[in-house]
Ligand binder design. Structure first.
Ligand SMILES: Cc1cc2nc3c(=O)[nH]c(=O)nc-3n(C[C@H](O)[C@H](O)[C@H](O)COP(=O)(O)OP(=O)(O)OC[C@H]3O[C@@H](n4cnc5c(N)ncnc54)[C@H](O)[C@@H]3O)c2cc1C
Length: 504
């Protein structure tokens, strides 16, 4: 098929070979990979997606198809060479996929796979409801985060977003449009969740809702001792089964390795009039740790919130006099990173290369990771926030495709760096990418069995190693749901069956 033949396919949406469309589908937030597709489909419905994939599956020569949500991948995961990108997010004028549909009584919302979480939230709030499990940033698509996991500070008690989905509509690599859930087509359901887009394109997700809190008490406290910090984090997530008055609703944290960072984009929280000085807090190795917790509440219970927070805080061992508190509407809390985005955009600092590294680190080795990476490899310099927070494995469904460390508690460590052209070597893309490799090598040599989140590998052996015991099942599911390896070649896991060269 060439672009002209493709355009004859007959879809209700728009199949475009417009250079601007093709250019935008060839880029992502990582800003490192650039791969041009042959055409871009703006689907008007799930049937459009099915029609396209079916023709790819049935055509003698074959072509590849990749769904693209909001393009916030780092390493070209939503790109495809010489195939078609299905642009799931973004509106098309009158021929749009359906808006989110809330079933108030059943407490769920049916959302189009390309819907952004911010728009899902806006729709559900009209009914006083909200999804339970989030990502820190809401301008990501439902299909994009469900293909990975979708995590934030709520994951310790609600599990990742993939644990909060009741049902999906999926277009498989054979072009069939199937509804799946725990009970119906369950193999496909579990495969697609955390499935890196390998088994189908999510066109609809039924997402669990809860009554939306009105306000949030948002607290940050500092630690100089890593063990005390992680003990407190682990204590807080051990409360996941408690009544909501006896636990926080959100537990995250971050590492502060240089003075500049404490007042950085994620920390606008600390007042610039009251700068925090790392040196004055007795940080060992110049590193501080910040615990970030929140408690949701309703205005009608505002009188008990202080006591509840106080009772929980008394159990913690942070540095006295380092409590920073703010209080804000729930939506403003959830949408906090967008504010930072607008600031960075205004300074031209958003559309820069992002050599991010996200790792799941087993609890038993988090101390070694601290010594080797935060106090070692990073050399008191970073180029962006470093998040660190623990999660409970029992909130993750083992049947899904995602892989996590083999321990009951594991940490997310997210090095969210931006490469800048300031003339300083340590800020360059090359330096930061090398540092990422150094961190992975360190873990390997120290026998720290980390798993990459939002994984990126180049060779099949690396994927086999990443999936470990799950590889055989992952491979078997691929053969069943996408036997010609048409879908999502940008992940570089399987080569399309119809090409001898690497056609990612
Ligand atoms: C600023 C920022 C903050 C972030 N914060 C968090 C966070 O707090 N927690 C977290 O978990 N992640 C976070 N992420 C990572 C984010 O969840 C992933 O990068 C996610 O893939 C982005 O969604 P997207 O819609 O942009 O997906 P894309 O980059 O467009 O796609 C990601 C992958 O999913 C596939 N895909 C997309 N749509 C579908 C679909 N409908 N069906 C099947 N496959 C599909 C694509 O082919 C691709 O392989 C963040 C990313 C950024 C840039």
């Amino acid at each position: 098929l060439n672009p002209t033949e493709l355009l004859r396919l007959g879809v209700d949406g728009q199949l475009s070979v417009d250079p601007a469309d093709v250019e935008s589908a060839s880029l992502d937030f990582g800003g490192v990979n650039r791969v041009e597709p042959m055409a871009v489909l703006h689907p008007a419905s799930a049937e459009d997606v099915a029609r396209l994939v079916r023709s790819a599956y049935e055509s003698a020569r074959g072509f590849t198809v990749s769904a693209r949500g909001h393009g916030h991948s780092i390493n070209g995961q939503a790109q495809t060479a010489n195939g078609v990108v299905v642009q799931m997010s973004g509106r098309l004028g009158s021929r749009n996929p359906e808006k989110p549909r809330v079933l108030e009584k059943m407490r769920y919302v049916d959302a189009w796979g390309g819907e952004l979480w911010i728009d899902v939230l806006r729709s559900t709030l009209e009914y006083g409801l909200a999804p339970k499990s989030w990502t820190d940033y809401l301008y990501l698509s439902v299909g994009g985060t469900l293909s990975n996991a979708g995590i934030s500070g709520q994951a310790f008690h609600h599990g990742p977003q993939i644990s909060n989905v009741y049902e999906l509509d999926v277009v498989t690599g054979k072009g069939e449009l199937l509804t799946c859930s725990q009970k119906q087509n369950s193999e496909l359901f579990h495969a697609v969740l955390g499935g890196l887009g390998q088994f189908g394109i999510i066109t609809r997700a039924r997402i669990a809702l809860e009554p939306a809190p009105q306000r949030v008490r948002w607290i940050r406290v500092l630690y100089s001792n890593f063990t005390t910090f992680t003990q407190d984090q682990e204590y807080l997530i051990s409360l996941h089964g408690q009544h909501s008055s006896q636990k926080f609703d959100y537990v995250e944290g971050f590492v502060i390795v240089d003075e500049g960072l404490i007042n950085n984009w994620r920390s606008s929280f600390f007042s610039p009039r009251n700068p925090v000085k790392i040196a004055s807090l007795g940080a060992s190795g110049g590193v501080l740790y910040c615990l970030e917790i929140t408690k949701n509440y309703h205005e009608s219970t505002a009188d008990t919130i202080d006591q509840e927070v106080e009772a929980l805080m008394q159990k913690l061992n942070f540095i006295p006099a380092t409590v920073f508190t703010t209080d804000l509407p729930y939506v403003d809390f959830l949408d906090r990173v967008h504010k930072a985005e607008l600031k960075l955009r205004s300074k031209g600092l958003w559309e820069v290369p992002h050599p991010w590294l996200n790792l799941f680190v087993p609890k038993s080795r988090i101390d070694d990771f601290d010594k080797g990476v935060f106090k070692g490899i990073l050399e008191n310099k970073t180029s962006g926030p470093i998040l660190i927070y623990p999660m409970n494995k029992n909130k993750w469904d083992e049947r899904s495709s995602v892989v996590v460390p083999d321990e009951e508690v594991f940490y997310l460590v997210a090095l969210l760096r931006s490469a800048l052209d300031t003339g300083e070597e340590t800020q360059t893309l090359e330096y930061l990418s090398n540092q990422n490799r150094q961190i992975l090598r360190f873990c390997d040599e120290a026998g720290i069995d980390v798993k990459q989140y939002l994984p990126h590998y180049t060779y099949e052996e690396e994927w086999v190693d990443h999936f470990g015991d799950k590889w055989a099942l992952f491979h078997q599911r691929k053969m069943e749901f996408d036997p010609r390896h048409i879908l999502t070649t940008g992940q570089r896991i399987f080569k399309p069956s119809f090409t001898s060269k690497t056609a990612y």
